[in-house]
Design a binder for this molecule. Sequence first.
Ligand code: NAP
Length: 307
Amino acid sequence: MKHYDVIVVGGGIAGMTAAIYVRRANKTVLVLEGRTYGGQIINTLNIENWPGDMGVSGVDLVQKIYQQMTELGAKMEFETVTAVERSDNGFMVKTEDETYTAGAVILAVGAEDKKLGLASEEKFTGRGVSYCATCDGAFYKGKKVAVIGGGNTALYDALYLADIVEKVYLVHRRSEFRGDAVLVERLCGKSNVEFVLGYVPEEIVGGKKVSGVRLVSSGKVADVKDGMDLDIDGVFVAIGKLPMTGGFAGLVELDTGGYIKAAEDCVTSCPGVFAAGDCRVKDMRQLVTAAADGAVAADKAVNYSNN
Ligand code: NAP
């Protein structure tokens, strides 16, 4: 069984930053990633809030961090972690193929797209329903689309799509947006963007592909009609994320939303296990806060594995 001072579960920004810091402390580290490294940011084309690199794409940024991490001697394996268990001198980390041991573990498992929960959403996924505007936006050139959500993801998606498609309906259940005011202001300057406030999707309709969405009043905005239909070719769902923490519920305490209970020190309810990035309870889920968590968790994990 291969042993590492620290094993990081998840190869997003938090996980890769943690690995950089563990290597800088001259400890061995393995990052286990079940999908593609980089996490959610790989879907962003143009990042404006990563200090020192205005306009860098998510893919380019992730590539640079990966290179930095591996040049410092961190290792990444593409394996899905199935269990983390306490052992005599630390932890056993099991994947589908291997079992590793570690002095300390950092959970940096991130979050995935939240679904509307409609049967028609599942039916049309990949046939008009998308969770990634930068991945799929180009398919809708000259067409009409709806973006669902009122957070920064929805606002960025609507801005991005407005430059490609004929018309963007931004459907949000409240009249105030959760996302940044500066983005709302930019959207107001786009002649092909229409805000549809006070509604939620009830059904996505179509034949082989999406042809429309039926909306109903969310009950959160006064004086809106009971329902309305939009004739559109695509629905971009951007209603937030869900932490990918399900497999660790028996190891660390989670809050009711499934986020790992850990404060800014990244310390969880299980000694020797630390939580970093979007999977942790926190107010602000950003690239910089994910990176900051990676550094803090690495420092704690190195100290723990030394003792
Ligand atoms: P979010 O901030 O949680 O926003 C989710 C939005 O979807 C909210 O407006 C919410 O409405 C709405 N919503 C949730 N469930 C819904 C449902 N079932 N039906 C209809 N609407 C629903 O999620 P996010 O936009 O994905 O952003 C996540 C985090 O990443 C945030 O901290 C955000 O600032 C950050 N982010 C940063 C950047 C960047 O800086 N480059 C880019 C993207 C995201 P309510 O407002 O009514 O709750």
